[in-house]
Ligand binder design. Structure first.
Ligand code: FMN
Length: 234
């Protein structure tokens, strides 16, 4: 069974099925993706992506740990960015361990090179996935605010990357005219909105506002990346 280890500079791919020990003379995460697609050659592999997973301050933030894990298992490179409020609900540790990547928790995190981390992430991403997305972060994205690492990535995102958000919030927050207007703005810019689902909300009410099941989010991302891989419009 193949396994992939990523370091910041050199990508090392351990794959017993590849002659010569499976370490390609390639650098960079995009090269790693192409290499895997070349070696294994399935449509699934073509759809692998460099994903920035933004996690915001929702009670559903713990579900993003499973989401990160599933995306990594599918072969995606997952760079996690936690907002300050997300860190009231989850810690960087499980994300760092599961993604095998550093987790961005602050706009002013240490950078290895001269380029700020959020710009590197925005430059290299194929997909910005915000899950769960709070009403606050949706509003910031709709209005172009950039006061933390995640909102800076969203604003600096390279034009060929897609953005997907999976909102989670109290039903009244979701139904509020302000949130709905923000969602419409995001949709008009090509942002894909996954959910929210209906059910019992953590605030104790029934309604629309639950984070979509992790499996459904993964399926949405997979379809989108596959469409990108085949040149279809996603
Ligand atoms: C226990 C608790 C649960 C919360 N859950 C949500 C939620 O599911 N969705 C939401 O939009 N806001 C929720 N909030 C409010 C957000 O944490 C708050 O708006 C915060 O400013 C969001 O910041 P961020 O978008 O930068 O992560 C919750 C707050 C608390 C105290």
């Amino acid at each position: 069974m193949e396994s992939f280890l990523f370091s910041d500079e050199r990508v090392t791919i351990h794959d017993p099925g590849i002659p010569g020990g499976g370490t390609p003379p390639l650098y960079g995460r995009r090269d790693a993706r192409r290499y895997r697609a070349l070696c294994m050659g399935s449509a699934e592999d073509e759809a692998m992506a460099n994903i920035v997973l933004g996690v915001t301050g929702s009670i559903a933030a713990h579900k993003a740990i499973d989401l990160a894990s599933q995306l990594v298992k599918l072969g995606h490179v997952v760079n996690v960015v936690l907002t300050a409020d997300a860190q009231r609900f989850v810690t960087p540790l499980p994300f760092k361990t599961l993604s095998r990547r550093p987790v961005v928790t602050d706009l002013y995190d240490e950078e290895e090179g001269w380029k700020p981390t959020h710009i590197t992430l925005a430059d290299e991403a194929d997909l910005l996935l915000v899950a769960p997305a709070t009403a606050n972060t949706l509003a910031k994205m709709a209005h172009g605010l950039a006061d933390d690492a995640l909102s800076c990535v969203a604003l600096a995102l390279n034009p060929s990357a897609r953005t997907v958000v999976a909102p989670a919030m109290n039903g009244k927050m979701w139904g509020h005219a302000a949130t709905q207007a923000n969602v419409e703005v995001l949709k008009s810019r090509g942002v894909m909105i996954l959910g929210p689902a209906e059910g019992l909300l953590s605030c104790g009410y029934e309604g629309v506002g639950r984070l979509l099941d992790v499996e459904a989010i993964v399926a949405g991302v997979t379809d989108l990346m596959r469409a990108r891989g085949t040149g279809a419009q996603g």
